[in-house]
Design a protein around this ligand. Structure first.
Ligand code: XLS
Ligand code: NI
Ligand code: NI
Length: 443
């Protein structure tokens, strides 16, 4: 498709990023990501469906609790709010096309700044959606998912769908309606709910049961609205245990799966698993993926990484090959992601102030996943990894073990069987052997 420019070129000193192979020392090239290369039966681009996160890359200027923004974005300089929004979209399409990617993800008020009144915000959103539609129709770039920002505005300080005040709940509903409409108009493949303020700070003032019931009711009517307006994609819930709330209701994958099943939302919703949210919940990334996969709900991924020393969502770009290989083993054994892809919910550091840093960070993340996929393919095809895995459970495939698997044994049957056999053999889990095996293929 080539590079997609608006009126102006924002990243002038960067050309299209190409695959140059492992020997390349060009920092603005892929060494592993060869989008059409078939690995484990699918093109790399189909495995991943990489997406750029609008908010981290084109909106946030690097402010933190101790200081204001550091980044100077040339697309953010027009005095006119709509012009700023068109320029930002031009920059986004230029960036995504130069990376050779196909997708982006957005919140409603990433596309355009929220206004002082609901009506004005709605007008702005519909203008930028029209503009986005044109850009999408004249390119290969698509929306992996859209969402509504139900956490930044002060009105949501006590929650959005779980707010104790119905007026705020309805306001959140109005915003989700517009965000869903925008996602549908832009051909979005999925829609995300991340409940940053859906939780509480203290139980002293919180009716948790009522808030959870309201959250489920809210998700049901949002889902029904989308369905009756032609939205065919998946709805995703993105678990996170805390931050900004002390307790967030969508704590982790297991909590969300239980919630969706309890409230009858499991037919339409899947999970969007974020690396740094997994680690904040004291889990590993692959654990969260596996929990989602067990429930048939492994939908999408927000790729990033946390920090071993800091206890918050640092949203750094991924760079840990071992962690991503472990993740791809789970994803590929589960048959891939359902509907989703790999969204880089990651930001360059506050002191990474060159426009080129946006390229380095994405190239690094993309190449890491590609390399991890090649490693996973080797582990599956050139080692006894999968065989060892199934051998570990072989006793459930034959004899009494098989009867147990088929629900044919009672507790008395276990008793009688155990009395017949000798003390069970100690069978090693061979964790170190397997760790070495994975490391052997990380080239
Ligand atoms: C924040 C979340 C957010 C969601 C989208 O921690 O990861 O970025 O992905 O609202
Ligand atoms: Ni996220
Ligand atoms: Ni996050």
């Amino acid at each position: 498709m080539g590079v997609i420019l608006g009126n102006k070129e924002y990243f002038k000193d960067v050309k299209e990023i190409k695959y140059e192979g492992i020997d390349s020392n060009n920092p603005l090239a892929y060494r592993f990501y060869d989008k059409d290369r078939v690995v484990l039966g699918k093109k790399m681009s189909e495995h991943f469906k990489f997406a750029v996160a609008y908010w981290h890359s084109f909106v946030n200027l690097g402010n933190d609790p101790f200081g204001s923004g550091t980044k100077v974005f040339p697309w953010a300089s027009s005095p006119d709010v709509m012009q700023r929004s068109y320029d930002k979209m031009d920059a986004a399409f230029e960036f995504i096309s130069k990376l050779g990617l196909d997708y982006f993800c957005f919140h409603d008020f990433d596309l355009v700044e929220e206004a002082d009144s609901f009506n004005e915000s709605e007008k702005r959103l519909s203008k930028i959606v029209d503009y986005g539609k044109e850009k999408i129709n004249s390119s290969n770039i698509k929306v992996l998912w859209g969402t509504a920002n139900l956490f930044s505005n002060p009105r949501y300080m006590n929650g959005a769908a779980t707010n104790p005040n119905f007026d705020v709940v309805s306001y959140a509903g109005a915003q989700v309606k517009n965000a869903l409409d925008a996602t549908i108009e832009l051909g979005g493949e999925n829609y995300v709910f991340w409940g940053g303020r859906e939780g509480y700070m203290s139980l002293i003032n919180t009716d948790m049961k009522k808030e959870l019931d309201n959250l489920a009711r809210f998700l049901h009517i949002a889902k029904d609205y989308g369905r009756s307006n032609g939205f065919k994609g998946w709805y995703f819930i993105e678990p996170k245990p805390m931050e900004p709330s002390k307790h967030q209701y969508d704590f982790d994958a297991a909590t969300v799966v239980g919630f969706l099943e309890h409230y009858g939302l499991n037919k339409d919703f899947k999970l969007n698993i974020e690396v740094n949210h997994a680690t904040l919940a004291s889990h590993t990334f692959d654990h969260e993926l596996q929990v989602a996969a067990n429930a048939g709900m492994l939908g999408s991924i927000d790729a990033n990484r946390g920090d071993y020393q800091n206890g918050w969502d640092t949203d750094q770009f991924p760079n840990n090959i071992y962690e991503i290989v472990e993740a791809l083993i789970v994803i590929n054994r589960a048959g891939g992601l359902q509907g989703g892809g790999i969204n880089f919910d990651a930001k360059t550091r506050r002191n990474s102030t060159d426009l080129k840093d946006l390229f380095y960070s994405h190239i690094g993340g993309i190449d890491l996943f590609a390399r991890a996929l090649l490693v996973t393919e080797k582990i599956f095809n050139e080692s006894d990894f999968l065989k060892l895995f199934s051998e570990r459970y072989a006793s459930f495939e034959k004899g009494e073990g098989n009867l147990f698997t088929n629900n044919k044994l009672s507790l008395n049957d276990l008793y009688n069987y155990a009395k017949k056999i000798d003390e069970p053999k100690m069978i090693s889990g061979r964790q170190e052997y397997l760790e070495n095996l994975i490391n052997r293929f990380i080239f």
